[in-house]
Design a protein around this ligand. Structure first.
Ligand SMILES: NC(=O)c1ccc[n+]([C@@H]2O[C@H](COP(=O)([O-])OP(=O)(O)OC[C@H]3O[C@@H](n4cnc5c(N)ncnc54)[C@H](O)[C@@H]3O)[C@@H](O)[C@H]2O)c1
Length: 249
């Protein structure tokens, strides 16, 4: 099934985890992916893994938190691919901090990368997206809707991604452009896992919310993102897809 045959996709966060798995999934379905990440080494690994096609991958290092870099990256993607049909925002960072230790710098960095970065890529890519078929998929987090101790600022930055995406969906619906926030639960990537929890604090909550379907592999979230970006989801916009393995049922 080549749902993305010659579809031009701009994808952020493609140097690791969910973003890499998404790049591989889309290229395997025929997409032409312009992959952006802060990490050149990560992008090189992704490109090597995607080498078999049938789609193709171009890469560029850029900081999603840097407005000028985002403007340039989107322009380069449109030039390199000859347009942009789909934008997928996966780039993100995570911090766990007890509230007493939360700093303005922590909050600003989380919002700058996760929220402002996502918003900038949307703003810049939108003029390129075709009316009637353009799609934006923004990766939020189940933390946007469900409390997680020590993740206040991260959860707030992802709640902002969710709210931003729902409002943007309403704003561009008349152009036939879909916007779908995807909220993963716990996914086995370098960003997540017990190692990111603060040492010496009560983390029993995380034992209690273990998802019946366990921790996701990045490929399982990539499959959801690919669905949301595909024509199979042509009637889906302004609605969150929460892929959390049933952690809150
Ligand atoms: N892993 C999880 O459990 C989980 C759960 C819910 C949501 N998410 C979200 O999924 C997304 C992907 O996370 P992941 O788990 O694959 O993590 P990851 O760390 O494996 O990948 C994140 C990628 O984003 C890139 N990145 C970070 N800051 C950047 C910046 N300023 N500019 C450009 N690229 C930048 C990193 O270099 C990395 O390649 C994130 O937005 C994360 O918040 C992850």
């Amino acid at each position: 099934m080549n749902r993305f045959d010659r579809v031009k996709v701009l994808l952020t966060g493609a140097g690791s985890g969910i973003g890499r798995a998404t790049a591989l999934r889309l290229v395997s379905e025929g997409a032409e992916v312009y992959a952006v990440d802060l990490s050149g080494a990560g992008l090189a690994e992704t490109a090597a893994a995607a080498g078999g096609g049938p789609g193709r991958i171009l890469t560029r290092t850029a900081d999603a938190a840097d407005e000028a870099a985002v403007v340039e990256a989107v322009r380069a993607a449109a030039d390199g691919l000859g347009g942009i049909d789909v934008l997928v925002n996966v780039a993100g960072i995570h911090r766990t901090t007890p509230i007493e230790q939360l700093t303005v710098a922590d909050m600003e960095q989380l919002f700058r990368v996760n929220t402002v970065g996502t918003a900038l890529f949307c703003r810049e890519a939108l003029p390129h997206l075709p009316h009637g078929s353009g799609v934006i998929v923004n990766v939020a987090s189940s933390a946007a809707a469900h409390g997680n101790p020590y993740m206040t600022a991260y959860a707030a930055s992802k709640g902002a991604v969710l709210g931003f995406s729902l409002s943007l969906a309403a704003e561009v619906a008349h152009q036939g452009i879909r916007v779908v926030p995807v909220s993963p639960g716990s996914v086995a990537t370098p960003l997540a896992g017990p190692h990111v929890l603060p040492a010496g604090l009560d983390t029993s909550y995380y034992g209690r919310i273990r998802a019946p379907f366990g921790t996701a592999e990045p490929e399982q979230i990539a499959g959801v993102i690919a669905f949301a970006a595909s024509r199979d989801a042509g009637y889906l916009t302004g609605a969150e897809i929460r892929a959390d393995g049933g952690s809150h049922i």
